[in-house]
Ligand binder design. Structure first.
Ligand code: DMJ
Length: 653
């Protein structure tokens, strides 16, 4: 039998103990513990043996280290005699040059208690030594099978303990609810507007009821196949993404029965201890954002608990050499990695740069600074980096901290990074001036290098790729119209008017991209090149998947200008969605907005309920519903309250 004392200390290797035992469990943490358990026993026996032997050496041996230790123990006893009984001062214990042996003897003579203590210590060491030796002998006598069984038991115990740790919500410290205002009915005075709003509510009901009937508990719905649907962003596990994403929309629309239904499902079924590799960004904006918004709106603690449980599962994604998180993390194992398609193993700007709002709220609600620190670390790291032309490339390698491909975009891969800079400032009651400055600088570079006017006079945002500007704008980039308008107030050099105007121009361009199609729904991307103006060219850019960005911009523009054209444009989009995307089992995306006979993609995206229908509803509501002075909408349209200066400071500093 192999001597266990020769086992390597590394927790990974068992073979010395059990050569070729392939059935051996491979739970690394457990093996490490089990091995260490045995090894520690043996080691402790050995140390005790040495220690005991050391102690039993003849009195005239010099063991300065031991003596010092003993003296240290006895210092309190010695202090008293020092005051008179022992005038010589030789008992000064702290290495005054007295000979160690002499001191030891002197102690024994002077203090009988010293001898007793020494004896009892000696007995204790002897007993410990005997016991450890005995245990080690017993271990050595055991067969390989017995040792395996012991390790197995140990492993089960550790797993059980881990499970116990995993379940049951941890009590969170009580936090004063920030002043929640504007959760009103928002009923518009104009009956025509009210009718439109009622129609939007009805569309929400159809989307929700269909999902309730055919896809309940699945992430999304296939409205034609009438069954559940999911994509890899949710790790192919049934996390009820549509329920979480839709909750606050239901609440705002006053669909309380439906809200309760969703709440119950979440309470009873939403469990994050699943072996699922999810997108950190998507889970953050949809789930954490959705749960936090539901908490703030309804005051139900359960939502907060779930948000925090999930957030804890995301934290291992930040264990990279730079602290820039992986794009994906396995909720169970905590192992992270990046998308295979991302340039040079990079993380994506719009993903790791879209965590701030939710993470600041998590720190506020839990008192745990980790969330805040993680996002502030990202910000600091980005601030130190060189930026080509002042632009942020979309790819950043989390191992090296270097940019990947120099591709900059306000659409996909970059978009919400810029949005969150502005919203970090707004959410902090405008105290986070660092975020505002970063946003302003970024906008300046974007305006200089990416924003152009087409020959036909349409303002568009192109993409910077490998040293040249691609004159193409994505549907996703249309959100920027709303962002410019939202950031107008507070912009430097009195440029508020300029940014509001820029927002209006982007809204106009995006409306054109809708208006120039057969279905009056916008394509995924459109060009401004070779005589083309806001139209898609490639077949794979002609689809509309129920995206919200254009309607989002209409809503912000409406709030800031009250120009009726925004309601009119929103209504056109709502009618087109109802006409071309509605099917008996819900709403579906369409594959070609230029075809009068489009085919469906058969997916009812969760963001359709979270964003598209919410923004439409708000567009036809009065401004006192979710006022922008009090609420900041995350990139998935989940409203989070502004944390007042006092709120933020109390929790974060
Ligand atoms: C949403 O999930 C979010 O708005 C995100 O920021 C990007 N786009 C989708 C919807 O189009």
């Amino acid at each position: 039998m192999t001597t266990p004392a020769l086992l390597p200390l590394s927790g990974r290797r068992i073979p010395t103990l059990s050569p070729g035992a392939s059935s051996f469990p491979h739970h690394r943490a457990t093996l490490r513990l089990s091995e260490k358990f045995i090894l520690l026993l043996i080691l402790s026996a050995f140390i005790t043996l040495c220690f005991g032997a050391f102690f039993f050496l003849p009195d005239n041996s010099k063991h300065k280290r031991f003596d010092l230790g003993l003296e240290d123990v006895l210092i309190p006893h010695i202090d008293a005699p020092k005051e008179g009984k022992h005038a010589s001062g030789q008992v000064v214990i702290h290495g005054q040059g007295a000979h160690d042996e002499h001191r030891h003897r002197e102690l024994k003579v002077l203090f009988p208690s010293f001898r007793e203590e020494e004896e009892s210590l000696r007995d204790k060491i002897r007993a410990d030594h005997e016991r450890a030796l005995q245990e080690a002998k017993e271990k050595l006598r055991k067969s390989r099978e017995e040792l395996q069984a012991e390790i197995q038991t140990e492993k089960s115990k550790v797993i059980e303990d881990l499970k116990k740790k995993d379940v049951g919500p941890k009590p969170l410290p009580p936090v004063p609810m920030p002043k929640v205002v504007g959760v009103s009915d928002g009923e518009p005075a104009d009956p025509d507007v009210k009718e439109k709003r009622d129609k939007i509510r009805e569309m929400m009901k159809h989307a929700w009821d269909s999902y309730r009937q055919y896809g309940w508990g699945h992430n999304e719905l296939k409205p034609l196949a009438k069954k559940g649907h999911s994509t890899n962003i949710f790790g192919n596990s049934q996390l009820g993404a549509s329920i979480v994403d839709a909750l606050d929309t239901l609440y705002i629309m006053g669909l309380h029965e439906e809200f309760k239904d969703g709440q119950e499902w979440i309470d009873q079924n939403l469990d994050f201890s699943v072996n699922a590799e999810v997108s950190v960004f998507e889970v953050n904006i949809r789930f954490i954002g959705g749960l936090l918004a539901a908490y703030y709106l309804s005051g139900q603690e359960m939502f907060k608990q779930k948000a925090v449980q999930l957030a804890e599962k995301l934290l291992p994604a930040f264990n990279t050499p730079t602290g820039i998180p992986w794009a994906m993390v396995n909720l169970k194992s905590g192992v992270g990695r990046n998308w295979g398609w991302a340039s040079a193993g990079s993380s994506i700007l719009a993903e790791f740069g879209t965590l701030h709002m939710e993470f600041v709220h998590l720190t506020y609600l839990t008192g745990n600074p980790a969330y805040y620190q993680k996002v502030m670390h990202i910000r600091k790291l980005l601030a130190k980096m060189d930026r080509p032309n002042g632009l942020y490339p979309n790819y950043l390698n989390p191992r090296t901290g270097r940019w990947g491909q120099h591709h900059t975009s306000v659409g996909g891969l970059g978009d919400s990074f810029y949005e969150y800079l502005l919203k970090a400032w707004l959410m902090s009651d405008k105290t986070d001036t660092e975020a505002r400055k970063t946003y302003d600088d970024a906008m300046e570079a974007i305006e200089r290098h990416l924003i152009r006017k087409s020959n036909g006079g349409l303002t568009f945002i192109g993409e910077w790729k490998n040293g040249h500007l691609e004159r193409k704008m994505g549907h996703l980039a249309c959100f920027a119209g709303g962002m410019f308008a939202l950031g107008a107030d507070g912009s430097p050099d009195d440029k508020a008017g300029h940014y509001l105007q820029l927002g209006a121009e982007i809204a106009h361009t995006c409306h054109e991209s809708y208006d120039r199609t057969v279905l009056k729904l916008g394509p995924e991307a459109f060009k401004f090149d070779s005589g083309l103006e806001a139209v898609a060219v490639r077949q794979n850019e002609k689809y509309y998947i129920l995206r919200p960005e254009v309607i989002e911009t209409y809503w912000y523009m409406w709030r800031f200008t009250h120009d009726p054209k925004y309601r009119q444009w929103g209504w056109e989009a709502a009618q087109a969605i109802d006409k071309y995307c509605r099917v008996s089992g819900g709403f579906s995306g369409v594959k070609d907005v230029y075809s009068s006979n489009p085919t469906y993609d058969d997916v009812q995206q969760s963001f359709f309920l979270a964003e598209t229908l919410k923004y439409l509803y708000l567009l036809f509501s009065s401004d006192d519903l979710m006022p922008l002075e009090s609420w900041v909408f995350n990139t998935e349209a989940h409203p989070l309250p502004v944390l007042s200066k006092a709120d933020v400071q109390r929790k974060l500093f």
